[in-house]
Design a protein around this ligand. Structure first.
Ligand code: BGC
Length: 345
């Protein structure tokens, strides 16, 4: 169901909200501005319903935060060094000078998307991004579909086409807190199917080769509470916590979970399945002050698990992952599934 909110987006038109429901009692909410995922309310075994996503009290508040809460991020999610595409000699718009973050100052997260299809359990948004948008070459047409399934999964399908060679990496920037947004999300347990992570500088730019997680605080191959090794090493200290890309061991295999997250009270579990090569694991190190449903968030109140490519991939063709450059005539499709499971009680 879609409704018009009384809040206008920066283009002066009202924001459109869409709610999808399944017969298990789960509902998810989106808005067309930023094709943003606003809420995911999951039924627990005792019949209560728990909010699992960080979010704001009103659509208006989303327009005044810089955490990318639940937004669809593009053209290139994550950072591009010196806002430069060396391969095409292109200069992009820098929004974290001299670098570009999450597609530039007016990236896809800051745009009105068109609803092109809708059913009770699916909504499809489309965005037309013109040649030169945020400095990127080529006109690209992007579609993102959100589908709620009967097994309490939110399936996100991305599709992109271009008329000029251009890097594309689309993600959703949801922050999860499976303890009903209560407390510090570092109390969650996390498992990540990744043998390698990419160290970055204090500016979040890759500054060395991929590193083996073995014997480091980045080893989440067995479930571990996020606090266990938090800030124990210089790679984390540079960026105030975890804010790193993990190269998935079974990249391209969307049948086994790439990540699993458990609430501190163990009542709720999230499994992330993706055919993308990478997950950016971010402990919300700069979240403080972001408008919440009540009051404001503190740092580390949510955990983002952003599927996509390694940061600055357009400038690193040597890295062992599929090519992020999209060529004319090609249709890029990717899928990420967030499955919520309540513990039987
Ligand atoms: C980045 C963080 C950044 C945040 C912005 C994350 O994807 O990895 O470094 O601060 O987005 O909200």
């Amino acid at each position: 169901m879609s409704t018009q909110s009384s809040v206008n987006a920066p283009d002066g038109l009202p924001i459109r909200m869409t709610v999808l429901r399944n017969s298990a009692g789960m509902d998810v909410t989106f808005m067309d501005y930023g094709a943003t995922w606003l809420s995911a309310r999951v039924p627990l075994a005792d019949g209560s319903v728990r909010e699992t996503l960080l979010g704001c009290a009103t659509p208006q508040d989303y327009l005044h935060q810089s955490a990318y809460l639940g937004a669809c991020v593009g053209r290139y999610a994550n950072r591009i060094r010196n806002a430069t595409l060396k391969r095409t000699g292109t200069t992009l718009s820098a929004n974290t000078p001299p670098h570009q973050l999450h597609g530039g100052p007016e990236g896809f997260s800051h745009r009105r998307w068109l609803i092109v299809r809708q059913t009770p359990n699916e909504v499809v948004y489309r965005l037309h991004s013109p040649d030169g948008d945020q400095g990127y070459p080529g006109t690209i047409i992007v579609e993102v579909s959100y589908q709620l399934t009967e097994d309490n999964s939110l399936v996100i399908r991305y599709q992109a086409e271009t008329d000029k060679l251009c890097p594309v990496a689309l993600t959703n920037h949801a922050y999860f807190n499976l303890d009903a947004n209560q407390g510090d999300a570092r109390q969650h347990r996390l498992q990540l199917a990744a043998d390698l992570y990419l160290p970055v500088s204090a500016e979040g730019i890759p500054d060395g080769p991929l590193k083996d997680v073995t014997g480091t605080g980045f080893d989440f191959r067995q479930p571990k509470t996020v606090t266990t090794d938090f800030l124990q090493d210089s790679d984390q200290q540079k960026v105030h916590g975890y804010d790193h890309a993990f190269l998935l061991t079974r990249a391209g295999d969307d049948r086994v979970p790439a990540a699993q997250l458990w609430s501190a009270d163990q009542r709720l579990q999230l499994s992330v399945f993706t055919d993308s090569p990478v997950i950016q694991f971010y402990t919300a190190n700069f979240l403080q002050g972001t408008p919440a449903r009540q009051g404001r968030y503190q740092n580390h109140q949510g955990i983002a698990l952003e599927t996509g490519y390694l940061p600055d991939s357009p400038n690193h063709p040597e890295w062992p992952q599929p090519d992020c450059w999209l060529t004319p005539g090609e249709i890029r499709q990717s899928v990420t599934r967030y499955q919520f499971s309540a513990r039987a009680e």
